[in-house]
Structure formats: structure tokens, C-alpha cells
Design a protein. Structure first.
Length: 286
């Protein structure tokens, strides 16, 4: 049988996984040009058409199952100027946010408590959960600068800064972070910060919500691929991340909606051997 000469295929080198640091990563596909800032408000048609673009190379980690953009450049993304991502004007989105807030309040007895939100923008969800539960709230994030004419409730305040360990003393019965983690090229930094802030508070609940990378690939939801998301978490990679940062994963769930559900009742892990009750879970959008 005659031999057949197959054409050579140029497979790009992939960097280590940004969650578990494994070198066993493989390229999945590439997009030559994505807008680098998809949620920036451009003030003219010409400015929008000339918006900077960047390359995306989706990469899969064979160790933890994480998906990430190997070409991501954090310097191309700016969350501090003309950044707007509020979707609360959508009745469907608001209904989901209200149902989620009510579920968290009922499940974790969040009435007249202290809520900390990380990266909550204008504080749409924070306002809802504080209003429904008569709670006090603090929102951390660099993108929202309250104006004097903004209608900010007396029980909510905004800190125009990134949430770091220096804010560990801010009272909190719930730390909530929705659709922020996937924006981090180094996600362990954020979870490390939260772990330090948790300290020895056994009554603190932690809630994280991220897009479901498995669903995005399975349903070929190409519109979910945006440059600001260097990460697309799977159930296994999300569990791996929290375990590496000192949380103990006890249960996971794959909902049929757009978000992964993660729950961590208690943490011990490599940084603490004591039993406590810290939870990390995300919601489901039907």
C-alpha cells in the first residue's frame, strides 16, 4: 500500500492553565479579531467602528477542564472609563435578579444583615437584596463613580476601589460576586483575597456566579465569547480553583441554564484544618 504524505499542521504552543498551572493545555479554536471592549459606551459611530480589536485563542486544560483565551492581554481592557454593563432594564433579567435575591435571603436568613458585593457596577443587585431583606450593603468596584444626583439609598454605600484584603474588616454576612471572576486573567488572586477576608467568620456566606463554559461549548453559544472574558469555567475548573485557594468543595451541580452552580459548605483545605461554614454557589438562569 503506497504511503500518503499528510500536510503538516501548525499547532500553536499553549501556555500553562491559568487556574491549575498545568502545562497540559491544547488549543480549541481561534477568532482573529474581537472587540477588546464590548461594554464600553462609544460616543460616535466612527469611534465605535474604530474600536480596538484583539485575537482570541480558546484553550482547554486537560488537567482541570478550564477554558481560557491564551492571547488575552489585560492592558487592552479598561473597566474604569465609560464602562456600562447594567441589564436591570430587562424585565426578564430583573425577575431573575429578584428571585435570586429572595432565594439567598430565605436560604441564609439574610434579614437586617450586612452584604458586600464585589464588582457590582451600579449596585443593581445589591439594591434589590438590601431592599428585600432590609439589609445594609457595600459595593466595591472601580467603574462606578456615584454622582450627587444619583438616587442612592441610605443603607448602601459605594467604594470606588478593588476589593482586597485591606477591606477584610468591613462587616459582611454575605459576600456576593456575580459575573466578575471570568474577567480575571489570574482568578486565584481574587479568590485568595476573599479567602483572606473570610478569616475565622463561621457565619459568612460566599456566593459566586460565572458563565457555564460547558454549556457555551455544547450549545455553540458563540455570542458568549467576548475578549473581556479570559476564562470560561467548567464545573471541575471552578472546584479546582476554590480548592487551591483553601476552600473545601463538597457538592457541585450542572444546571441547565447559563450559570454554573457551586456550593462550598465549609472550608478547610490546605490553609485551614478547622470546620467552618462558608458557602460559594451560583445561580441559574432558565
Amino acid at each position: 500500500m503506497p504511503s500518503v504524505q499528510l500536510p503538516s499542521i501548525d499547532i500553536p504552543n499553549s501556555p500553562p492553565c491559568i487556574v491549575c498551572a498545568s502545562p497540559n493545555t491544547v488549543p480549541v479554536f481561534e477568532i482573529s479579531a474581537l472587540p477588546a471592549d464590548t461594554i464600553r459606551l462609544w460616543w460616535s459611530r466612527a469611534a465605535a467602528r474604530s474600536a480596538p480589536k484583539a485575537k482570541m485563542g480558546l484553550t482547554y486544560c486537560e488537567n482541570c477542564g478550564h477554558l481560557f483565551n491564551r492571547y488575552y492581554d489585560n492592558d487592552l481592557v479598561d473597566y474604569e472609563e465609560d464602562y456600562e454593563n447594567s441589564q436591570i432594564f430587562s424585565p426578564r433579567f430583573r425577575k431573575y435578579a429578584e428571585e435570586l435575591a429572595d432565594r439567598l435571603i430565605a436560604t441564609y436568613h439574610l434579614w437586617r444583615k450586612n452584604i458586600v458585593e464585589i464588582g457590582g457596577g451600579r449596585g443593581d443587585f445589591l439594591r434589590i437584596i438590601c431592599d428585600h431583606g432590609h439589609n445594609n450593603g457595600v459595593n466595591f468596584g472601580p467603574s462606578y463613580h456615584p454622582a450627587p444626583e444619583d438616587d442612592i439609598p441610605a443603607n448602601i454605600c459605594f467604594v470606588t476601589d478593588y476589593y482586597t484584603a485591606k477591606y477584610a474588616a468591613v462587616p459582611a454576612n454575605l459576600i456576593v460576586c456575580r459575573h466578575v471572576l471570568e474577567h480575571f486573567w489570574t482568578p486565584q488572586e481574587l479568590i485568595d483575597t476573599v479567602r483572606q477576608a473570610v478569616g475565622d467568620r463561621p457565619d459568612l456566606v460566599i456566593y459566586f456566579e460565572v458563565p457555564n463554559g460547558e454549556l457555551i461549548l455544547r450549545e455553540q453559544m458563540f455570542w458568549e465569547f467576548i475578549y473581556q472574558h479570559p476564562s470560561y469555567f467548567t464545573l471541575s475548573s471552578l472546584a479546582k480553583l476554590f480548592t487551591l485557594c483553601g476552600f473545601r468543595t463538597t457538592r457541585g451541580h450542572r444546571p441547565g441554564g447559563n450559570f454554573l452552580l457551586r456550593k462550598h459548605p465549609g472550608y478547610g483545605g490546605p490553609r485551614s484544618g478547622a470546620e467552618r461554614c462558608v458557602r460559594c454557589k451560583s445561580g441559574e438562569l432558565a
